[in-house]
Design a protein around this ligand. Structure first.
Ligand SMILES: Cc1cc2nc3c(=O)[nH]c(=O)nc-3n(C[C@H](O)[C@H](O)[C@H](O)COP(=O)(O)O)c2cc1C
Length: 317
């Protein structure tokens, strides 16, 4: 397929693997790019030195375009961006912060910039900041989430209404049928996180992947609604957070949560495989994923399911 997104990133299919802390290193990003999508190294969990190693490794694993996702809520964002630019990275997906912060800086260095947003209002800000593409991420998505709690089905047409910037839909997409639905709503491309977490190339711990095979539709929950909303697998860590949220308010709540989270809970859960004490970020669509294949077979399945669903659509209703 050729469209605004494939042309912008010079890729074969408008399918992007979302940046994921502790999960999307060089191996995953390169595998997605080699399969014709766009792989992103998730810089959020990497110090600049480690990010450098992952970029060099990805460059050795693929000659296709790949990018770096930089969440702007961490204090190392500027260093991460400079490190990636220095190594010749030309595609940046920024998130969790203002699109104004780095878009012009990156555009001045001839980079392509996409920014992740969770509401039509924020999408307008992205467009004003001059981004090349907008990722509109619905409330179903794994990881950090918008406070507005707008679902993908509702968000995409509303973002489409307020801006003409190429649009990438994210949140709850893990099949060819859902890619087709996103395109029908006006998206030019899609970003998948949870589906790519469940592949052999992701660096999520095997314990975590195997636990996720048992997921039910209600296995994920949004936690920390009042501070930094995040969609998690409901385990012991999530219950502890819930209990802190029930007991405290205001600055005391923030302090207690920071102390609890300050113990590298996300690394403990997703990379080291501690399924109870660790934080396990994952999207709501996980309950429909029942395998851990290679990236190549995920891509093949997405493309064939897209074609099959398209051919079976009723012509009238
Ligand atoms: C384990 C995990 C970690 C994530 N970490 C990040 C991150 O570091 N930066 C970011 O912009 N989005 C992050 N996300 C969101 C993904 O990039 C993507 O937009 C989202 O997963 C799409 O929704 P889905 O999970 O329903 O496919 C994360 C998602 C997951 C599941």
């Amino acid at each position: 397929m050729t469209n605004k997104i494939t042309e912008l990133f010079k890729i074969e299919h408008p399918i992007i693997q979302g940046g994921m802390v502790w999960v999307s290193g060089a191996k995953l990003a390169a595998a997605v790019s080699n399969a014709g999508g766009l792989g992103l190294i998730g810089a959020g969990s990497m110090k600049p030195d480690l990010l450098r190693q992952h970029i060099l490794k990805a460059q050795s694993l693929t000659t296709k375009p790949f990018g770096v996702n930089v969440p702007l809520l961490y204090d190392k964002a500027q260093e991460q961006i400079d490190c990636a630019l220095e190594l010749g990275v030309k595609i940046f997906f920024t998130s969790a912060g203002s699109p104004k912060k780095f878009t012009q800086y990156l555009k001045d260095k001839n980079a392509i910039v996409a920014h992740v947003t969770s509401s039509p209002e924020l999408a307008l800000k992205c467009s004003d900041a001059g981004v090349d593409a907008i990722v509109a991420e619905g409330f179903e998505a794994g990881g950090h989430n918008g406070r507005e709690e707008i679902t993908t089905l509702t968000l995409i047409p509303q973002v489409k209404k307020v801006t003409k910037v190429p649009l990438i839909a994210a949140g709850g997409i893990a099949s060819g049928a859902s890619i087709l639905a996103a395109m029908a709503l006006g998206a030019d491309g899609v970003q998948l996180g949870t589906r790519f977490l469940m592949t052999t190339e992701s660096s999520a711990h095997d314990n975590f992947k195997k636990l996720l095979l048992t997921s039910l539709p209600h296995s994920t929950q949004i936690m920390m609604r009042k501070t930094v909303p995040v969609r998690l697998f409901a385990n012991t860590f999530a219950s502890e957070i819930k209990s802190i949220e029930e007991q405290f308010t205001g600055s005391e709540l923030t302090e207690k949560l920071n102390t609890h989270l300050g113990k590298y809970r996300a690394k403990m859960g997703m990379l080291d495989g501690d399924l109870e004490a660790g934080e396990l970020e994952v999207g709501q669509i996980i309950s429909s994923i029942k395998d851990i294949p290679s990236v190549e077979s995920v891509m093949k399945e997405l493309l064939s399911d897209y074609q099959k669903t398209l051919s079976q659509l009723p012509h009238t209703i």
